[in-house]
Design a protein around this ligand. Structure first.
Ligand code: NIG
Ligand code: FE
Length: 411
């Protein structure tokens, strides 16, 4: 199957030499080709270049993108997409003055989601998550990481991870699963949370590993949640069982989460609203991708992660949606792209790199996704007619995506 997309006004984020991630100053560079073509063969990008160099040949399908631009799809490396209920009443409580931590303390927040998850069947959770995947795909997301973490019992955590496995089997999207049993502390373990950590380590992790249900292991390492000690124990067990760490760190406080993530070779440390110089220093020359979640900081009115400072220090930065019912109920990576520029002062080029190649790295797929390069999976979108690529972050809140191609097929 050979497909041609021709007369592309601008083909954005092409790479002739692929990189697994882009760091520091490199983030401000992004190559494009004006008046371009793109060829897909059997689901992979096989060629691209200026229209003037397109050779006479036959195709099974042709698309004319006159006036429109082509971008690689977004990679969303941090989501909690499988959940049973929305939480807009807590949203109102927050407007009235309660903090996220206060709501969590009285048994709301993550525990509210856990109660609803326990009551839902695997099929119900699957149907809801499937619809959400369909929606994100049409907004331009082509790869997504999905966490468990609204179970908090062995049975419910396994149920969530089995839903993610079914999504992986049935969706054309590239999906990675993340076991986040240590997301919240169930009421009955308050005051002796080490016993819950024991349950995660001794019962949940072996069962998750036996069914091969998780690519990653995650811990909410933060004030009022899991300690550095808890985190170390859980990561060690996860690593022994073949799961790579990804951490929720430094959302509420400078928690030590960044350091513990780096120590255990985490592929990413995520949130980072509270960052000191020591945290930035500790990320230098490591394999760990600092990942900012602009939707969460926006929704909870949290301080902004110092993205500019991190990039200026030579670090890579990724930005993901954190799509979840409690702290970031938006599925839209186009909005994250806009927030990267508007709120964090990234240039459009940096913002595209932060939401594609660097998020691809943060979920371990940047060898096959995250840019337009020969041999990569043909996940891309064609925009509506737009004036420039800067228009993408500029026109926030508007859907600029007209059609999406996953593995070379228009969906
Ligand atoms: O990434 N911070 C921890 N976990 C999620 C929120 C979970 C929730 O409130 O439902 C997050 O923001
Ligand atoms: Fe999260």
């Amino acid at each position: 199957m050979r497909t041609l997309v021709k007369n592309i006004k601008e083909l954005v984020q092409v790479e002739y030499q692929t990189r697994l991630r882009v760091c520091g100053k490199e983030m401000s560079q992004m190559q494009t080709i004006k008046e371009a073509y793109l060829i897909v063969e059997d689901g992979k990008i096989s060629d691209f270049g200026p229209m003037s160099e397109l050779k006479e040949q036959t195709f099974d399908k042709e698309y004319d993108a006159t006036g429109r631009m082509v971008f690689p799809t977004f990679c969303d490396s941090h989501t909690h997409l499988v959940y049973a209920n929305s939480r807009e009443l807590e949203f109102v409580d927050k407007i009235r003055g309660l903090s996220y931590e206060e709501i969590a303390k009285r048994g709301g927040g993550i525990l509210n989601s856990a109660k609803a998850t326990a009551a839902a069947s695997e099929d119900e959770l699957y149907d809801m998550a499937w619809q959400r995947l369909e929606d994100v795909m049409h907004l331009g997301t082509g790869a997504i990481e999905v966490k468990s973490g609204y179970g908090l019992t062995t049975e419910s955590e396994l149920k969530l991870l089995r839903v993610i496995r079914r999504l992986k089997e049935n969706s054309p999207l590239t999906i990675k699963s993340n076991f986040l049993g240590a997301h919240g502390i169930p009421m009955e373990y308050r005051g002796h949370q080490e016993d819950y950590v024991d349950l995660v380590i001794n019962e949940m992790i072996p069962l998750v590993a036996a069914e091969g249900l998780a690519d990653f292991i995650d811990v909410f390492c933060d004030q009022g949640f899991f300690t550095v000690k808890d985190t170390e124990r859980i990561l060690e067990a996860g690593i022994k069982n073949g799961m790579r760490p990804k951490i929720h760190a430094n959302e509420m406080a400078v928690s030590g989460g960044v350091q513990v993530g780096v120590k255990y070779g985490a592929i990413s440390v995520d949130h980072l609203e509270q960052m000191g110089d020591a945290e930035i220093e500790c990320l230098k020359d490591t394999e760990t991708m600092p990942t900012i979640l602009p939707g969460c900081a926006f929704f909870l009115n949290l301080p902004l992660s110092p993205a500019r400072k991190m990039i200026d220090a030579g670090l890579p930065v990724a930005m993901a949606s954190d799509y979840n019912p409690g702290t970031s109920p938006s599925n839209n990576m186009q909005l994250i792209l806009s927030m990267a520029c508007i709120r964090y002062r990234l240039t459009p080029e940096e913002a595209f790199n932060a939401t594609t190649i660097n998020t691809a790295y943060a979920m371990g797929v940047s060898d096959i996704l995250g840019s337009i390069a020969v041999g990569k999976t043909a996940n891309f979108y064609i925009t509506k007619p737009i004036s420039s690529y800067e228009y993408m972050p500029y026109a926030y809140g508007e859907n600029k995506v007209e059609s999406v191609f996953i593995k070379g097929r228009r969906i």
